[in-house]
Design a protein around this ligand. Structure first.
Ligand code: 3HC
Ligand code: NAI
Length: 679
C-alpha cells in the first residue's frame, strides 16, 4: 500500500500518511504528498485539502537515514512550496509530534489545527543542522522572531497550547476528532477571500530587532551550547528572516544547511541519535520475552546515590520504600530528597502539588522487612563487597520470590553478589550516575545468570524513568569507569614528566569535556581513600593532603580556589610536582596541547576496544552513549569510539604505540583493514 493515500470527504481532499514508526518524510512520502497536491490542483470538485498522519505521530521530520546519500526528488522544500502555492486552502491536522521537516510541512500549510497532547518543534539543531526546508524563514514570519529564535536555536518542542498562544496553531481540537475537525475547519475556510501564506507574512516580523537583541540572546541562551556549530548558524538564519526577503532568506538557510549537514559535527550528532536508540536493543533476547511489572521499588541507603535513585521512581509515579541503618541518616536522606524537589519546583519544573505527590510516594524505614513486597530492590550502600554480599543474602531471604535485586555498585563484581542469593537469575547491576536524579545514563550490568526477562524489564523501566540505558558486562568499572582508569594513569604519568596539571585539564576542557582529571580529583576530594596516619609524603597526593590541599572543600588542591570555586594554577603545587619529577630521574617533557589530549584519550579508545573484544559492551556506539550521557563527553564529536573513527584508527594505533601502550588486537586489526569501530 502506498504510504500516502487520499480520499474525498465532500469537497475536501483528506491526504493521509502512513509511514511507521514516525511518518518520517522519506522519498516515498514526499512523492506521495506531491502527487496528492497535483490531484487537488487538477480536480475541480476539490476545494480544500487536509494533511494528516496515521499511527503515533504527525511527520516527525525528514528521514535522517537519507542524510549523506544522493538526494532523490522531489525535495522537501519543493513539496512544501507546492503546498503553500496551492490556490485551495491546505490544513495540517496534527497529533503526536510535528518535528523538523514535519513542522515545516505544517508551516507550508495555510492553517494548522492540533490536539492538546501534540508537540511542535524544530529539533534539527540537536542533529547538528538547522531546519532546511524553509523553517528558519517561515516560523519567524508566523510566530515572530522572539518566539521562533529559541525554538530553532535550542530545538525543544512546545506543547500545542503554547503553540496556539503564539499563533503557530490556529485551533485546538478534541483528541478523537482530529480528522473530522480538520475537514470541518477546511469547509469553514473554503470561499474565504484569501488564506494566510506563511512566507508572505510580514505582520510578525519586528525589524527593529538588531545586533543587541541577537548578542544578548547569544550571551544568555547559548552559553551552554559552547563548541556546537549549529546554534550560531541557526541565529544567522533567523536573522536573515528580518534582514532579507523570503527567497533570499531561504537561500541563506540552504547555504548554512549545506555546510552543516556535510560537516563532522552533524555526522557525529546523527550517530548519537541512532546510538541512543540502538543501545536499547539487547542482543540474544527473544522478542516474546516478557516485561515484569514494577509497581513498588525498595532502595537501600539514603546517601548520595540512594536518594537520587529514589527520585527517579517517585517522579515516574512509582512508590519507593527507602531503608537506612539509623534514623539520623534516614531523616537526612529524606530531607535532601525534599530539598531537591523544592529546588526543582522553584525552577518551575514541578508544581508544589507535584512535589507533595512525589514525597507521598516515599516510605522511609529502618526495617528491612518493609522491602518484602518490592518488585525491585536497588542497593546503594557502601562500596564494599563483604557489606554488599551480606545485604544481598538478607534481601534474598526477605524480599518476595520473583522480585529483582540490583546493585548500584560502581566497580564490584555483580556475579559475586548474585552467588549469595538463591535467585541469581533475578540479580543484575543498575549503575546510576551522580547526581542520579539528573544524569541520563544508566548502565544495566548483565551478570552471568541474569534472566532475559529481568534485563528486558530493566530496559523498559529505564525508559519509564527517562534514562538512556546501556547494557554492560561484569568487569571492573563496567564500561564508563573502566575507561576512566587508563585516562587517569596517562594523566599521572604526564605529571611525572613535568606536564602541569592545568595543561592536562585544559587539553580536555578545550576538547569539550566539562573538566579534566585533576579538576575532577579536586571536586571529589583528594583525601578519598587517603589515610592521615599512614601518609608518608610518598606520592603527590600524600603531600597535597598533608598540606591540607584536599580539594575544593579545603579551598585548595591541585588548584587554588576562590570563593566562587574558580580555579587558578598554584605555584605551591608546581613546586611540589617539580620536586617529584626531579627525584624520579625522568627527563621533563613538553607536549603540545594536541599531544596531551591524544595521550589522554587514545588509551581510552584502546580500553573501549578491549571492552568490545571481551564482549563487555554490545557495540561501539553503546560506549559512545555511555561517555556522552554519563561523563559529558562532547556530543558533537560523537563519543570516544566515533571520534577515533573520524580521526582514523591508524592514527590512534600509531599514537598508542608511540606512547608505549599495548594496542588492543581488535583495534589493531580494524586499523590494519581500514575499518571503523562503529561500522
Ligand atoms: N528519520 C528516520 N528515522 C527516525 C526518525 C527520523 N526523523 N525519527 C525517529 N526515527 C526512528 C528511530 O530511529 C527509531 O528507529 P528504531 O525503532 O529502528 O530504533 C524509531 O523511529 C522510533 O523512534 P524513537 O525510539 O525515538 O521513538 P519515540 O516514540 O521515543 O520518539 C520521536 C519519537 C519524538 C519522533 C523521536 O523519534 C525523535 O525525536 N525523532 C527525531 C525528530 C527529529 O529530529 N526531526 C528532525 C529531523 S531533521 C529534519 O527534519 C531536516 C529538515 O529540516 C530538512
Ligand atoms: P553514601 O555513603 O553517600 O551512601 C551510602 C548510604 O548507605 C549511607 O547513608 C549509609 O548509611 C547507608 N548504608 C550503609 N549500609 C547500609 C545497610 N546495610 N542498610 C541500609 N543502609 C546502609 O554512598 P554513595 O555515594 O551513595 O554510594 C553508594 C553506592 O553507589 C556505592 O556502591 C557506590 O560505589 C555507588 N555509586 C556511587 C556514585 C557516586 O558518585 N557517589 C556513582 C555511582 C555509583
Amino acid at each position: 500500500m502506498s504510504v500516502i493515500t487520499t480520499r474525498q470527504d465532500g469537497d475536501v481532499l483528506v491526504v493521509t500518511s502512513n509511514n511507521p514508526p514516525v511518518n518520517a518524510l522519506g522519498q516515498a512520502v514526499r512523492a506521495g504528498l506531491a502527487d496528492a497536491m497535483a490531484q487537488a490542483a487538477s480536480d475541480d470538485s476539490i476545494k480544500a485539502v487536509v494533511i494528516t498522519c496515521e499511527g503515533r505521530t504527525f511527520f516527525a521530520g525528514a528521514d535522517i537515514t537519507e542524510f549523506g546519500k544522493p538526494p532523490v526528488g522531489p525535495s522537501l522544500p519543493d513539496v512544501i512550496d507546492t503546498i503553500e502555492a496551492s490556490k485551495k486552502p491546505v490544513i495540517a491536522a496534527i497529533h503526536g509530534t510535528a518535528l523538523g521537516g514535519g513542522l515545516e510541512v505544517a508551516l507550508g500549510c495555510h492553517y494548522r489545527i492540533a490536539i492538546a497532547s501534540a508537540k511542535l518543534g524544530l529539533p534539527e539543531v540537536k542533529l547538528g543542522i538547522l531546519p532546511g526546508a524553509g523553517g528558519t524563514q517561515r516560523l519567524p514570519r508566523v510566530v515572530g522572531v522572539e518566539a521562533a529564535l529559541p525554538m530553532i536555536v535550542k530545538g525543544d518542542p512546545i506543547p500545542a497550547a503554547a503553540a496556539e498562544r503564539i499563533g503557530l496553531v490556529d485551533k485546538l481540537v478534541a483528541d478523537d476528532q482530529l480528522v473530522e475537525s480538520g475537514v470541518a475547519f477546511a469547509k469553514s475556510v473554503i470561499g474565504a477571500a484569501s488564506h494566510p501564506v506563511s512566507s508572505a507574512r510580514t505582520d510578525k516580523i519586528d525589524s527593529s530587532l538588531g545586533d543587541d537583541f541577537f548578542d544578548n540572546f547569544r550571551k544568555i541562551e547559548m552559553r551552554r551550547l559552547k563548541g556546537f556549530e549549529a546554534p550560531e548558524a541557526c541565529v544567522q538564519a533567523v536573522r536573515a528572516a528580518i534582514d532579507l526577503p523570503f527567497e533570499e532568506g531561504v537561500k541563506k538557510e540552504r547555504e548554512l544547511f549545506g555546510k552543516l549537514v556535510s560537516g563532522t559535527q552533524s555526522q557525529a550528532l546523527r550517530h548519537v541519535f541512532f546510538a541512543e536508540r540502538a543501545a536499547s536493543k539487547i542482543d540474544g533476547i527473544a522478542a516474546d520475552t516478557p516485561v515484569l511489572p514494577i509497581n513498588q521499588v525498595g532502595i537501600l541507603g539514603a546517601g548520595t546515590m540512594g536518594g537520587g535513585i529514589a527520585m527517579n521512581f517517585l517522579s515516574a509515579g512509582i512508590p519507593v520504600t527507602i531503608l537506612e541503618r539509623e534514623q539520623d541518616a534516614l531523616d537526612r536522606g529524606v530531607s535532601i530528597i525534599r530539598k531537591n524537589y523544592e529546588r526543582s519546583a522553584a525552577r518551575g519544573k514541578f508544581t508544589a502539588e507535584q512535589v507533595e505527590q512525589c514525597m507521598a510516594r516515599l516510605t522511609p524505614t529502618l526495617d528491612m522487612n518493609d522491602l518484602a513486597d518490592s518488585d525491585l530492590v536497588i542497593e546503594a550502600i557502601f562500596e564494599n563487597m563483604d557489606v554488599k554480599k551480606d545485604v544481598f543474602a538478607k534481601l534474598d531471604a526477605i524480599v518476595k520470590p520473583g522480585a529483582i535485586l540490583a546493585s548500584n555498585t560502581s566497580y564490584l563484581n555483580v556475579d559475586e553478589m548474585a552467588a549469595v542469593t538463591k535467585r541469581a537469575d533475578h540479580v543484575l547491576g543498575l549503575h546510576f550516575f551522580s547526581p542520579a536524579n539528573v544524569m541520563r545514563l544508566l548502565e544495566i550490568v548483565r551478570a552471568a545468570k541474569t534472566a532475559p526477562a529481568v534485563l528486558k524489564t530493566a530496559m523498559a523501566l529505564s525508559k519509564k524513568i527517562g534514562k538512556v540505558a546501556v547494557v554492560a558486562g561484569v568487569c571492573h568499572g563496567f564500561i564508563g569507569n573502566r575507561m576512566l582508569s587508563p585516562r587517569q594513569q596517562a594523566a599521572n604519568a604526564m605529571l611525572m614528566q613535568g606536564i602541569k596539571p592545568w595543561d592536562i585539564d585544559d587539553a580536555l576542557t578545550d576538547f569539550g569535556m566539562p573538566m579534566g582529571p585533576f579538576q575532577m580529583s579536586d571536586l571529589a576530594g583528594l583525601d578519598l581513600g587517603w589515610n592521615k596516619e599512614k601518609s608518608n609524603s610518598e606520592t603527590i597526593r600524600d603531600v597535597l593532603c598533608e598540606r591540607d590541599r584536599r580539594g575544593q572543600k579545603t579551598g585548595k588542591g591541585f588548584y587554588d580556589y576562590d570563593e566562587n570555586r574558580r580555579r587558578t594554577p598554584s605555584a605551591e603545587v608546581e613546586e611540589i610536582i617539580a620536586g617529584f619529577v626531579a627525584k624520579s630521574g625522568e627527563t621533563p617533557q613538553s607536549y603540545s596541547a594536541e599531544e596531551i589530549r591524544d595521550r589522554l584519550l587514545f588509551p581510552m579508545v584502546n580500553e573501549g576496544a578491549k571492552i568490545l573484544e571481551e564482549g563487555m559492551a554490545q557495540r561501539a556506539s553503546d560506549i559512545d552513549t555511555v561517555w556522552i550521557n554519563g561523563y559529558g563527553w562532547p556530543a558533537y564529536t560523537g563519543g570516544p569510539m566515533f571520534w577515533a573513527d573520524t580521526i582514523g584508527l591508524d592514527v590512534v594505533v600509531e599514537g598508542l604505540k608511540a606512547y608505549g601502550h599495548q594496542v588492543s588486537p581488535l583495534l589493531a586489526d580494524k586499523a590494519a583493514k581500514g575499518e571503523k569501530l562503529n561500522s
